[in-house]
Design a protein around this ligand. Structure first.
Ligand code: SF4
Length: 367
């Protein structure tokens, strides 16, 4: 448990999995939008932009801790010191700017912080941040280029979907066109861009539009990465009500995999890597470069869809228990035995038709 009084500097609550070994530098608190119905990350935290001097003092403190660790000193067990030590163990070459939309800060202030970071951490080669498409659409390419020159070279955008009716349902506060405008700005500035897609978000009701329009928006942006984050609903989310009331209809794992297949088939991006780096995704090995490995990606999907129902269940249960990543892992005797025992138990408690409900409960444990 973090004791704020003892912490040497402030950090925010989240960062992408790919930034697990990064220095975390908090520019803002919370999210200026904070209305998406599938997101609770900052729900009880009011948004605020930190003073440049505060952030600079944090960077100074981080550099001090880094230097003391380099000298072999033992430091107080704070989360901040642990974060610096962890970043150093991971090579000390990456930093992530927090929270949900850090570039909402005025451009000259962002530049002042980046300049200081560059001066004190010259070894850092990659600086990244989350950003909203709307914020990026409101920044000039020149501003973004100036960030890039100061080391901010990758932006993570939660696109979720490119389908306008669904963007309205989830209250994302943008349209597909704004996603395109914001994403294109980042690409034009020469920064790397990661766009996140949420399979299953529109349920059966909107699955066709979700797959087709999301591919269409991403084809226009042509990001460096497309990251999959399968939907995980919980009763505390506002979006839950849409599904409970029947306005949206939940999809099974198999239906979501079919949706991803339609989405990939419609992609015409070039030089883009599809990444499945989250435990919520059923197919953990669905990764490859587009367009070169499109057939390989579709073959991974077809392999799952071609399994008999019981083997699909076995794989779902094993994946949601966190004991495997790919279908090939089922061939390992120990994995297969554990998966079979779990599946037998689920069949006994929920019946064959209850596997999706049971695995959904297992997924909720991950968020
Ligand atoms: S913009 Fe991002 S951080 Fe803000 S509410 Fe939506 S999903 Fe959450």
């Amino acid at each position: 448990m973090k004791n704020k009084e003892l912490e040497p500097f402030e950090t925010g609550p989240i960062r992408p999995p790919s930034e697990a070994g990064s220095y975390l530098i908090r520019l803002t608190r919370g999210c200026p939008w904070n209305r998406c119905t599938f997101c609770r990350t900052y729900k009880r935290r009011p948004f605020s932009i930190r003073e440049v001097e505060e952030v600079i003092a944090d960077i100074d403190k981080m550099a001090e801790i880094r230097d003391e660790l380099r000298e072999g000193k033992t430091l107080a067990g704070t989360e901040g010191a642990w974060m610096v030590a962890n970043a150093m163990r991971s090579g000390g070459k990456t930093a992530f700017l927090q929270d949900g939309d850090s570039l909402a800060m005025k451009p000259e202030k962002v530049r002042a912080i980046l300049s200081h970071l560059k001066k004190l951490f010259p070894e850092v080669e990659r600086i990244t941040t989350y950003a909203r498409s709307r914020t990026m659409a409101n920044r000039s390419v020149e501003d973004l280029k100036s960030y890039l020159e100061l080391g901010l070279n990758r932006i993570h955008i939660g696109m979720e979907t490119g389908h306008d009716p669904l963007l309205e349902v989830i209250k994302k506060g943008v349209t597909g066109d704004i996603h395109v405008k914001g994403g294109r700005r980042v690409v034009e500035a020469g920064m790397e861009l990661s766009e996140y897609l949420m399979p299953g978000l529109g349920g059966r009701t909107m699955t066709e539009g979700h797959a087709a329009d999301s591919a269409n928006v991403l084809n226009q942006i042509n990001p460096n990465f497309i990251r999959l984050r399968t939907i995980c609903l919980g009763p505390k989310l506002q979006l839950w009500d849409e599904f409970e009331s029947g306005r949206l209809v939940r999809m099974t794992d198999v239906e979501i995999v079919r949706e991803i297949k339609r989405f990939i088939e419609a992609l015409t991006v070039k030089g883009t890597r599809l990444v499945s780096d989250h435990i919520l995704n059923l197919l953990g090995d669905l990764e490859g470069n587009l367009p070169e490995e499109k057939d390989t990606l579709l073959a991974i999907i077809d392999e799952f869809l071609g399994l008999d129902e019981e083997t699909q269940h076995l794989f779902q249960v094993a994946r949601r228990s966190g004991i495997l990543t790919s279908i090939a892992d089922l061939e390992r005797g120990s994995v297969s035995r554990r998966a079979q025992a779990l599946l037998d138990d689920i069949y006994k408690r929920y019946g064959k038709d209850g596997v999706d409900a049971a695995t959904r409960e297992m997924m909720e444990r991950f968020v």
